[in-house]
Design a protein around this ligand. Structure first.
Ligand SMILES: [Fe+2]
Ligand SMILES: [Fe+2]
Length: 234
C-alpha cells in the first residue's frame, strides 16, 4: 500500500461507452460492490489501535483510504453513466455486522473473505465489460486487492502462531464455512456479471476456494510479506 491515489490517471471526462445491455447486466451488481467498498473503517481503526505498533496503524489508515478510493472511482464511473448509488443492501449490512462482532482477528478474517471474493469478481467484471474506463478501474482494484490479501494474511499469521492447534482448527473450519456461504450468496446476486465475464458457477466457486486455500497456506507459513513486525496486544 502506498500513500497515493492509484486512480489519479483515470480521467472520467474521456470518451467511453456502456451499451444498454451491459448497463442492464452490471448496474445492480456494481451498486452493491460500490456500497461494499465504502466504509469509514472506524471499527477497524479502533481495533488496530489495540496494538502498540504505529507502523501497523499507518498501514491500516492507508488500507482504509484505498478501499475508500475504490468506492469513489466506482461512484464516479456510475455517475458518468447515470447509475444511481444505493444506500444499503442486506448483504452489506450482514458483512458490516460480522466485521464488528468479536475482536480484530474476526474482523480480519471477514475482511479476508471480502478481498478474496473481490479478486474473483473484478476479474470477471474486467472480462465482462466493454468499457475502457471500467476495465482500467478493475485492473487497479485487482492490484490493490492482491496486496490487501497479503496484508490481512500477514496479520492473521501472528494470531495463528499464538493459538493452539485446536483453536486454529476450529477457526479454520468456521472460516471455510463463512467463505463457502459468502461465495454462494455472492453468486446469487452477481451471477449475471460473473457469467458474462466467463465465470460459470464451477469456475467461480473453485477459483474463490483456491484463493482461500492459498491465503490459508500463507497464514500457516508464518513468513511475513511486510517488514518484520512485532505485534504486542496491549
Ligand atoms: Fe476494495
Ligand atoms: Fe480490499
Amino acid at each position: 500500500m502506498q500513500n497515493q491515489n492509484h486512480f489519479a490517471e483515470i480521467n472520467f471526462e474521456d470518451h467511453d461507452q456502456l451499451s444498454a445491455e451491459e448497463r442492464a447486466v452490471i448496474s445492480s451488481s456494481l451498486q452493491q460492490f460500490q456500497k461494499g467498498e465504502s466504509s469509514e473503517g472506524r471499527h477497524l481503526y479502533a481495533f488496530a489501535k489495540e496494538f502498540s505498533d504505529p507502523e501497523y496503524l499507518e498501514c491500516i489508515k492507508l488500507f482504509i483510504r484505498e478501499e475508500q478510493q475504490h468506492a469513489a472511482v466506482l461512484a464516479s464511473f456510475m455517475k458518468k453513466f447515470q447509475i444511481p448509488l444505493i444506500k444499503g443492501h442486506w448483504v452489506d449490512h450482514v458483512f458490516r455486522w460480522l466485521r464488528k462482532t468479536g475482536g480484530i482477528q474476526n474482523t480480519l478474517n471477514i475482511l479476508l473473505i471480502a478481498e478474496i471474493i473481490a479478486k474473483v469478481y473484478y476479474r470477471a467484471l474486467h472480462h465482462a465489460t466493454e468499457s475502457v474506463l471500467l476495465k482500467r478501474i478493475c485492473l487497479q482494484i485487482l492490484s490493490d486487492e492482491e496486496e490487501h490479501i497479503r496484508f490481512q494474511c500477514d496479520m492473521l499469521k501472528i494470531f495463528h502462531s499464538r493459538q493452539s492447534r485446536l483453536t486454529n482448527l476450529i477457526n479454520r473450519n468456521f472460516q471455510l464455512f463463512l467463505m463457502t456461504g459468502t461465495a454462494l450468496i455472492v453468486w446469487c446476486y452477481h451471477r449475471r456479471v460473473l457469467k458474462q465475464g466467463g465465470y460459470y458457477f464451477g469456475k467461480y466457486f473453485l477459483e474463490s476456494l483456491l484463493i482461500f486455500f492459498e491465503a490459508e497456506k500463507d497464514i500457516k507459513s508464518r513468513k511475513s510479506f511486510f517488514k518484520k513486525r512485532k505485534m504486542i496486544a496491549t
